[in-house]
Ligand binder design. Structure first.
Ligand code: FAD
Length: 533
């Protein structure tokens, strides 16, 4: 192989990380593990690789770490009996279990999950809400239309609680037990966990703090875009990268493994639309060229091209997730008045409810596209914001939202209806219909997640539109996070984790499953790459 680093001028060895500069100004560094992407998955992999004895280099193309993780709503799903003991279980929850465990199974994997959940639920004596890794797996597999890989779904839900505790052991704070569990949009079950810090800052602050405390072992290069994987004798042995400011080229050699953790491609308009067209016959989205996104600008799918060039198999790329929760001005998730799924409902511009607001994200967004101007109002009341200090997942109080013109307040439903321009009688009828559903535990739209009636003034409304949020497809991996080629064989030396991978969520990701996925598989990737497996 042609070697461009023949004239080495200097070699610096810092605790196992080797750096060489050449006369051409190019740079070469060596570590045990090289990770591409300093988001949730990449930084989890860095901590885990270091804990398993590796020296680590992380390459990040942006000027700071975090990717989508740091701007996320931070919800982390795991079955967690101790903390869910404080959540009450109702008839509608029981019916959900009954429905999924008695339907005709799609295959042996689903049959086994159903059987296990039936046994677990029969033995469940409380307290609180039933949950288990198998129930989480059954909802994940069913909620993604059975196109996920069973081994990945199983590995995912079996390891999420350990991952949460591991993050905690690395310094990440979670809310107090009585506030920690909620249901994020599209999660289908109250198993979302809330970190102490707002947005996704807890994940990234924790891992950057860890990297700083272990700076002899973990080096992060910012503004450094990975452009190519180096392959020697069939094994991935490094990464070529370019500094986006200086255009300086570098090669990072990995003696044990390279991990791709570059995130999804929700911000790459061309790529997402080209894959969207593949799904047209399977009920794909309308043209997404002008659709807004919740994603950070670096979510462009670079890792897919890097992996494909070395023969990796890419799967499920046509599965794009849109949310019915975009800010009409920006498409972002912030500015949302919603706090928990149970405590609000949606109306369209006519003031009518139109969908099960506790359902799947794809179903809700498809229903929204069919409404006038594809526009909805989220409706909640004082119970979502009991005190001025109360904040949504994006650290915004109701006063902040009202001041920014993102929420409207009415002391009566009529006053609120006038402010948002919907017929007052329809908003009142929708509210009564919702409150009757709380009493009955069911309604004609099929909603199963209920908690409180919307009846305590002031009432609040916030506008939302469809927005591109997540890409479920990506690099095919096995449960050790090793990247597979088109024949299903492992590509030696190459691992992937996080939103860049496919096969975990199927056609529709449950809300709150992505951060749990990124950190669980990031952690597994770090350990396996450090072992040079
Ligand atoms: P990221 O965190 O995006 O990190 C990837 C990193 O790789 C980025 O820093 C990127 O700049 C870098 N990179 C890309 N290409 C290169 C390259 N060529 N070279 C070097 N670096 C590169 N999920 C949940 O489970 N719960 C939630 O509450 C939730 N809320 C969300 C809210 C928002 C607004 C968004 C956008 C997403 C949300 N998600 C949520 C989804 C979840 O945040 C993401 O799926 C997850 O953070 C992805 O983690 P990741 O590490 O794979 O990617």
């Amino acid at each position: 192989m042609k070697h461009i680093f023949s004239k080495v001028l200097a070699v610096v060895i810092v605790a196992g990380l080797v750096a060489c500069a050449t006369s051409q100004g190019t740079q070469q560094e060596t570590a045990d593990v090289v990770i591409i992407g300093a988001g949730g998955a990449g930084l989890a992999a860095a901590m885990s690789a270091q804990q398993n004895g590796a020296k680590v280099i992380v390459l990040e193309k942006m000027e700071r770490a975090g990717g989508n993780t740091v701007i996320s709503g931070a919800a982390f799903n795991t079955a967690d009996p101790a903390r869910q003991a404080l959540v009450s279980m109702n008839e509608a929850n029981r019916r959900d279990i009954q429905t999924l465990t008695t339907k005709t199974p799609h295959n042996d994997f689903e049959r086994e999950l159903q059987q296990t959940v039936i046994e677990q639920f029969a033995a469940f004596r409380g307290p609180g809400l039933f949950d288990s890794p198998e129930w989480h797996a059954l909802q994940t597999y069913n909620g993604g239309d059975y196109v996920a890989k069973p081994e990945l779904v199983r590995t995912f839900t079996k390891n999420t609680l350990d991952t949460l505790e591991w993050l905690k052991s690395n310094g990440m704070g979670w809310q107090r037990d009585q506030d920690v569990i909620f249901t994020v949009l599209g999660a289908l079950w109250p198993r979302s966990h809330r970190p102490q810090m707002p947005l996704g800052q807890g994940y990234i602050t924790t891992s950057l703090g860890y990297a700083e405390a272990h700076k002899d072992d973990i080096t992060i290069h910012y503004n450094t875009r990975a452009t190519q994987l180096v392959v020697q004798n069939g094994r991935v042995t490094g990464v070529r990268a370019t500094n986006v400011n200086t255009n300086k080229k570098s090669t990072y050699t990995a003696t044990k493994g390279v991990i791709i953790a570059t995130g999804g491609f929700g911000a790459n308009i061309k790529l997402r639309q080209s894959y969207n067209t593949l799904a047209m016959d399977k009920g794909g989205w309308p043209n997404l060229d002008s659709a807004k996104t919740t994603n950070h600008p670096g979510a462009t799918g670079d890792g897919l091209a890097l992996a494909e060039k070395v023969g990796a198999n890419l799967i499920g790329l046509e599965w794009l997730q849109l949310l019915p929760m975009g800010d009409p001005r920006t498409g972002s998730l912030s500015g949302n008045i919603e706090i928990g799924v149970e405590d609000r409902f949606f109306v369209n511009k006519n003031g009518d409810r139109f969908v099960n607001e506790g359902g799947r994200r794809d179903d809700m967004t498809k229903a929204l596209f069919a409404q006038p101007d594809a526009w909805l109002w989220v409706i909640c009341d004082k119970q979502s914001y009991p005190t001025p200090q109360h904040k949504n997942n994006f650290n915004e109080s109701i006063e902040d939202l009202i001041a920014a013109g993102r929420a409207f307040e009415g002391n009566t439903l009529e006053e609120l209806a006038e402010k948002i321009g919907v017929p007052a009688e329809n908003l009142r009828r929708a509210t009564e219909q919702f409150n009757a559903g709380v009493d009955a535990g069911s309604d004609s739209l099929g909603r199963t997640l209920w908690r409180i009636k919307i009846e305590q003034p002031p009432f609040y409304a916030g506008a939302r539109i469809p927005t591109v949020h997540h890409t479920m497809g990506g690099i095919e991996i096995n449960s050790n996070t090793q990247v597979l080629n088109k024949s299903g064989q492992v590509i030696p030396g190459l691992y992937a984790a996080g939103e860049v991978t496919g096969g975990i969520h199927g056609s529709n990701r449950l809300g709150g499953n992505a951060l749990a996925d990124a950190h669980t598989f990031g952690r597994i990737a770090g350990a396996n790459a450090a072992a040079g497996q």
